[in-house]
Design a protein around this ligand. Structure first.
Ligand SMILES: NC(=O)c1ccc[n+]([C@@H]2O[C@H](COP(=O)([O-])OP(=O)(O)OC[C@H]3O[C@@H](n4cnc5c(N)ncnc54)[C@H](O)[C@@H]3O)[C@@H](O)[C@H]2O)c1
Ligand SMILES: O=C(O)CC[C@@H](O)C(=O)O
Length: 409
């Protein structure tokens, strides 16, 4: 059963970066009509201004939610990342502020995997160069450096949701799949995990990157890695722009070490379609350069819009934090007729005792309670009789370590 803490029309959603219509539809069907919808990301100053009165914000990969932005977001309850990556959000700051962050971990994996396979085929045939020559009025009919994908070695770095899908598609085309991951992964089909990155690089005709942006993956692919690759091999990157040293890649293309490359993500990306794209890779015809559209298909965007908006609605209506990326996961079945209190607090000793004391000292019966903690915060959902919820709210606000409290009725 859906509850709400405020008149739903007063709960403000700020949706940025042109998230799919399915997100708007989902929110509106759930009764949320106070939605500001923008097609682009915002510069930090504008973002800080706009986010001030937002209870929920929806973003994709461009919007940087820094600690400073969270400081301005006085009313913010939750963030929806309408994508897989959450590296654009300062998750520590969000957690400390009691802001729950959700994403869509699976909805665009197939789209990325399909693009990667298509690019591998195009590059093995030299199509980007041949296409460019035709556009300039030339004719490059030749089989030199043109190969079938069948029987080639594919090296996948990061065997998660996307890497594993690429693996399955590649095998269906007759490729031999090897992968490198920091943790032991169950290989799908006939794929083989290789424990040493350099070994993988030395044996792969095509290397494709599917790791998240983390301090460990920053610049993980530089000159040493290009040197370790096979002569005339191919590098694909549809993960994050910080993973590859672009100057080292430009050198590897200039020296003809690589047959080609396909890059979807860049260390610096334009804020919107009107801004210029600047990159040393622009001069290479054998580089497929795409504007971070690995997950940009109608199918993926529609599913993501639905998935993330549903998570936001559920959190707003019931306090359910299941599948959040930064918060303890809590889902308490609804107790009809009761009020619900959501209490987010610092995870320090004694808070739960203080919370329970509030109820015992004031003779307030707890009808249902669910607590979960992570290393930073505790999140407790408590159902109480309607007549006592205001008193409980006032008393709980005074509990030491309280970060945020909300009442649903
Ligand atoms: N281009 C796009 O539009 C697009 C779309 C979706 C996702 N992405 C990016 O792709 C990334 C991967 O997505 P996913 O859903 O497969 O993520 P995932 O979390 O399912 O998989 C990532 C894998 O990388 C491994 N890994 C982490 N650090 C590593 C390291 N240092 N070396 C080797 N392996 C490492 C993990 O163990 C995991 O198996 C996302 O984080 C996102 O940044 C890009
Ligand atoms: O849609 C986007 O902006 C990002 C897509 C992709 O990088 C993701 O992390 O899912």
């Amino acid at each position: 059963m859906s509850k709400t803490s405020l008149d739903k029309s007063k709960i403000k959603f700020l949706l940025l970066e042109g998230v799919h219509q399915s997100a708007l539809d989902t929110l509106q069907q759930a009764g949320y009509t106070n939605i500001e919808y923008l097609k682009t990301a915002l510069p930090q100053d504008e973002l800080k201004e706009k986010i001030k009165d937002a209870h929920f914000v929806g973003i994709r990969s461009r919007t940087q939610l820094t600690r400073e932005v969270f400081e301005s977001a006085e009313k913010l309850i939750a963030v929806g990342c309408f994508c897989i990556g959450t590296n654009q959000v300062d998750l520590t700051a969000a957690t400390e502020k009691g802001v729950v962050v959700f994403n869509a971990p699976f909805s665009n994996t197939r789209s990325v995997a399909e693009l990667v396979i298509a690019e591998a085929i195009m590059l093995l045939r030299g199509i980007p160069e041949k296409n460019a020559v035709c556009h300039r009025g030339g004719w490059l009919k030749s089989a030199v450096d043109s190969f079938e994908i069948r029987g080639k070695n594919l090296g996948i770095i990061g065997y998660g949701s996307i890497g594993a899908q690429v693996s399955v598609l590649a095998e269906s085309l007759g490729m031999k799949v090897f992968f490198y991951d920091t943790i032991t992964k169950l290989p799908l089909g006939n794929a083989t995990q290789i424990r040493d990155l350099n070994e993988l690089l030395g044996m792969s005709d095509i290397v494709t990157l599917h790791v998240p942006e983390t301090p460990e993956t920053k610049d993980m692919f530089g000159k040493a890695e290009f040197d370790a690759m096979k002569e005339k091999s191919i590098l694909l990157n549809a993960s994050r722009g910080t993973v590859v040293d672009i100057d080292a890649l430009a050198e590897a293309l200039a020296s003809k070490k690589l047959l080609g490359t396909a890059i979807d993500v860049f260390p610096v990306e334009p804020r919107g379609n009107a801004d210029e794209f600047v990159s040393p890779l622009r001069e290479f015809d054998n580089a497929i350069l795409t504007p971070h559209i690995g997950g940009s298909t109608q199918e993926a965007q529609e599913n993501i819009g639905l998935e993330v908006a549903e998570k936001l609605v559920k959190y707003s209506d019931t306090g359910t934090s299941i599948s959040s990326v930064n918060f303890p996961e809590v889902a308490l079945p609804s107790h009809p007729g009761q009020h619900r209190i959501l209490h987010i607090h610092q995870n320090i000793p004694g808070v739960l005792t203080e919370i329970n004391t509030v109820f015992s000292e004031n003779n307030i019966n707890i009808c249902g309670q669910y607590l979960q903690t992570n290393e930073k915060v505790g999140y407790v959902v408590i159902d109480v009789e309607a007549d006592f919820s205001q008193l409980a709210l006032e008393k709980l606000q005074q509990v030491n370590g309280t970060i945020r409290i909300r009442r649903l009725f």
